[in-house]
Design a protein around this ligand. Structure first.
Ligand code: PAF
Length: 282
């Protein structure tokens, strides 16, 4: 298995792949790999001749220093897992200096307002960090297609906008949310949950499913109130936000309109660990 740490080395390999007209599928990750990542990688393997995955905990997308400090880092296990999936996968695991040069800071992006909603409102600067690191990684890896999970649905929409703004000829592919049997959406942060939090966290998806079920007959306001009630005085889970938003611009709604696609979005704290999830409503 080839593991690159230096941008110049992987660029030389990518230049070689280009000479051979190979299609490149790219799965950017922050490591602590789980089945959800592996599903993205398997899809990339099915649809491309070569697959590159990056493992890089990007400091500029963390608005909370504690979260950055505690983010799980499991590079050796990740590499072993990827190699058992396929020794052909190419890994790029750079240092911050390789990605950013001397100054680890993000560029300010205008994603047409997508960046101001939900995650953007609660994690200031987060999407500037995501946009900056992905622009750098896309420039190094030059993929044909790049794969992102719908768990971070807002990120997926923003990445589609990013390639438009940066005029990068990359197909951005969204993949369905991968869940535990309990319904809990897979996330690297789940590794930080204790037993009680793990037992309680599946309630998040149960609530989303109930909202989907009731969406045809109840208003967005009534549903939002109902969700808040479910978390009021909950021992383990604290609701940060629940929103029903239009898929097109991610703006929260009070009233439904005809011929419009909606999704429900939720962020919840289990102790220090922040969990997000979402569901298509129609
Ligand atoms: O979704 C993630 O893991 C990160 O936001 C990404 C896309 C790898 C950028 O650092």
């Amino acid at each position: 298995m080839q593991v690159y740490k230096k941008r110049l080395d992987i660029r030389a390999h990518v230049a070689d792949l280009y000479k051979q007209n190979k299609t490149i599928g790219f799965v950017p990750t922050m490591g602590a790999l789980h089945e959800g990542h592996l599903a993205l990688i398997k899809k990339a393997m099915d649809e491309n001749q070569v697959v590159i995955t990056s493992i890089f905990v990007n400091p500029t997308q963390f608005n909370n220093p504690e979260d950055l400090l505690n983010y799980p880092r499991t590079l050796a296990t990740d590499i072993a897992l990827l190699s058992s999936l396929s020794p052909e996968i190419i890994v790029f695991a750079p240092s911050a200096q390789e990605v950013y040069g001397e100054q680890v800071k993000s560029t300010n992006y205008d994603f047409g307002g997508l960046e101001d909603e939900m995650e953007g409102r609660h994690r200031p600067g987060h999407f500037d960090g995501v946009g900056t690191v992905l622009t750098s990684l896309f420039t190094i890896v030059k993929p044909t297609r790049a794969y992102f999970g719908e768990k971070d649905f807002q990120q997926l929409q923003i990445v589609k906008k990013l390639v438009e703004i940066e005029k990068l000829p990359i197909d951005i592919i969204g993949c369905s949310i991968y869940r535990e049997k309990s319904g809990l959406a897979l996330s690297s942060r789940n590794k930080r949950l204790n037993k009680k939090q793990l037992d309680e966290a599946p309630m998040i998806y149960k609530i989303l499913k109930q909202v989907k079920n009731d969406f045809g007959t109840k208003s967005a306001i009534i549903l939002s109130e109902w969700v808040s009630e479910q978390f009021a005085n909950h021992e383990t889970l604290v609701l940060e936000y629940f929103e029903i938003a239009k898929v097109s611009d991610l703006k929260s709604i009070m009233k439904k309109q005809k011929n419009t696609k909606y999704r429900a979005f939720i962020a919840v704290f289990a102790g220090e660990v922040r969990l997000i999830d979402n569901i298509a409503l129609n």
